[in-house]
Structure formats: C-alpha cells, structure tokens
Design a protein around this ligand. Structure first.
Ligand SMILES: [Fe+2]
Length: 356
C-alpha cells in the first residue's frame, strides 16, 4: 500500500490485553501510536496533534478506535479538525491509506464510510466514501478474550444494524440527496438477512460462554456483513434515538441502542407489520410483527442490557430533548421507515411512554 511509517491507532485496553501485539505480530517496521478516546469528539483531534512523518493508519480496536483512525487518516491528508467535515460528502478527496483491524464484533466500522464523533453534545457523523478503509482484516480470534459486557453491547449493535438495514425505507422512496445511504435494496437485503441470522443465532452463546469459538466466529462474520449492509442501505429511528441519547449521557452505543429499541420498534410497527412478521418467522420466534418486538426485548434482557433511557439516567422530562436531538440525525432519518412529524410530537410520545 506504499506506507513506510503507519500511525497505529488503538487504546490502552486493547494493548493491555495483548490484542495489539497479536494483530501486529507480522509487522516489525517503524510505527507511531495514538491512543483513541473512549468516544471521539471534535475537540480531541486536530491535524497539528498528529505525529509527524506518518503516511498511513492502522486501526486495532473497537468502534471508537476505528472511527478515530478514520478521522486521523482524514486529517493527515486534508488538515483541520473533524468539525470541518461533519455531515455527508464534505471530504475533498482520498485520505491516507487506512487498514482497519476490528477487535470487537459490533460496529462494522471496518466496512463503513462513516466516523461517529461527538460535536457540541450531539453524536454526529463524518460520512464520505473516501473514509471506507482501504483494507479490513476481520480475524475472529482477536475477539476470543472479549469481556461479557463488551460482547453483549457490541453484538447488540450488530444485531440492530442487521435489523434496521433490512427494514429500512426502500431505496425507491429515499430522497436522492441522501446519497450516503441508498435505502434497503436487492443487494443489501440478503446481506442483512444473513447478518441477522448469524448474529441472532450467536450473540447469546458468545456472551454467556466467551469460550464458544464457533459463536465468536459467527458473530464476527455477522457483524461484518451487517456493516456492509447498513453502510449502503442505512439505518433508522433506533439508531437516531440512540445517537441522541449517547450525546446526552455518554453511555456506550450498545447500551443506548438497548435503551431505545423498544420505543423505536413500536414506533415503526404500524408501517412495518409485514416486514417485522417476516423477520420473526426467519428467526423462528413467531409469525406476527409483535413476536419480533418480544424477541428483541427478550434478547436485550437476556444480555443484561439497559431496558430504558431511565437506566441511563434520563427521565420523562428529558423526552423532549431526546427527540429534539433525534430530529437532527438526518443521516439516520433519511432511511427510517416512518418519518417523524415535523415537530416530533409522535416520536416524543413514544419516547415518553417508554420511560414510564
Ligand atoms: Fe450502531
């Protein structure tokens, strides 16, 4: 790839667990190292803060590490700060070569064109085809030692990627300007279905028995396929809500999804009855749309994930702010099956009802 001195983006947890050494075992050239923050923010990274003399980026870690690496590759080539590139299509050209080595089975960031970044209290995205890593090395053995909680959270993220991309707005009804995500289409649906089947079948097993290597392998492949699917089809209101809640609470992405999945799926239910029923049948959990909702909530609880935004420290009085921060998630809402009312009243009611 023509890289002489890569910047290795990782974090202390990955390095401390020996996973960084395992991932780089075959490489003995010079490197610089950058430890990613738990949640990258537009304040954390500037081009000036990056080491001199590096000409490519290798990311070894979970979603935050991979997203930080995308931003580093962007800033190495084009300078400035991530705030200069927020939204879709703001990257002026190719970025420094990036090799992504995921150590969790969740975000699928190794196969997507987006880096998620906190900006002024809201989770935003820098989305551009130039940010898709040049190479992804998906090695399930790097996930074998993942703690139970991380397995559950990141795997639930992959599950929701598969589900939301499968049931996203059809590509024929997505406004043309939302070119980052095209909507669910005949190429993405088979990827989403396979991802849903792999992740749905393996997530509980990998979480309950971290030594179940077959489950780890299925989860790893499923999360990757889900990344390929959603980075083309797009996602929906569960991710939009979770991004809002993540910006307000700093809770982990998988926890935010778990807290938002009930109001999100129930909100979609009136326009996705047939699709949800078909997914329920595919997973072997029933034949009605409500059976899918029941199964997702059962999975969430079996994984001991948060069941409501109240578990993340928010209450009914925060519902209006959650929805306000959700309505700015254009990237998510462009492909969501049910567009919220302009003032968000219908979504606010769904969120408030879920807080109890
Ligand atoms: Fe996600």
């Amino acid at each position: 790839m023509g890289v002489d001195r890569p910047l290795v983006v990782t974090d202390a947890g990955v390095a401390g667990a020996g996973v960084l050494d395992a991932a780089l075992a075959a490489y003995d050239g010079p490197t610089e190292r950058l430890d990613a923050p738990t949640e990258p923010s537009t304040d954390d990274l500037t081009a000036d803060a990056l080491p001199n003399g590096v000409d490519g980026v290798v990311a070894v870690g979970g979603g935050s590490v991979l997203d930080t690496a995308k931003l580093a590759a962007l800033l190495l080539t084009h300078g400035g700060t991530p705030a200069d590139y927020l939204g879709a299509g703001a990257v002026p050209g190719p970025v420094a070569p990036l090799v992504a080595v995921p150590t969790t089975s969740g975000t699928g960031s190794q196969s997507t064109q987006t880096a998620v970044v906190h900006h002024e209290g809201v989770k935003r995205g820098v989305s551009d085809e130039h940010l898709r890593p040049a190479r992804a090395v998906v090695d399930p053995t790097l996930t074998f030692g993942l703690p139970r909680r991380v397995t559950a959270r990141s795997g639930f993220d992959a599950f929701v990627h598969a589900l939301e991309s499968l049931t996203a707005r059809d590509h024929r009804w997505v406004p043309e300007r939302a070119i980052t995500y095209q909507g669910a289409n005949p190429v993405t649906r088979p990827l989403s279905r396979r991802a849903l089947s792999l992740v749905g079948g393996a997530l509980e097993r990998a979480t309950m028995d971290g030594g179940d290597r077959a489950a780890r392998r299925e989860l790893s492949l499923g999360a990757h396929l889900a990344g390929l699917a959603f980075s083309n089809a797009g996602l929906g209101v569960v991710h939009a809500l979770a991004s809002a809640v993540g910006g307000m609470t700093d809770a982990a992405h998988g926890d935010c999804l778990a807290a938002c999945v009930a109001p999100g799926l129930r909100y979609n239910l009136p326009v996705r009855r047939d699709a949800y029923a078909a997914v329920a049948a595919g997973l072997g959990v029933g034949t009605a749309a409500e059976d899918l909702v029941t199964e997702v909530l059962r999975l969430r609880d079996a994984l001991a994930l948060p069941s409501s935004v109240a578990d993340l420290g928010l209450d009914r009085s925060d519902a209006a702010a959650v929805v306000e921060n959700t309505l700015v998630q254009e990237r998510r809402l462009a492909t969501t099956p049910r567009f919220p009312d302009e003032d968000g009243a219908d979504l606010r009611a769904a969120v408030a009802a879920s807080v109890g």
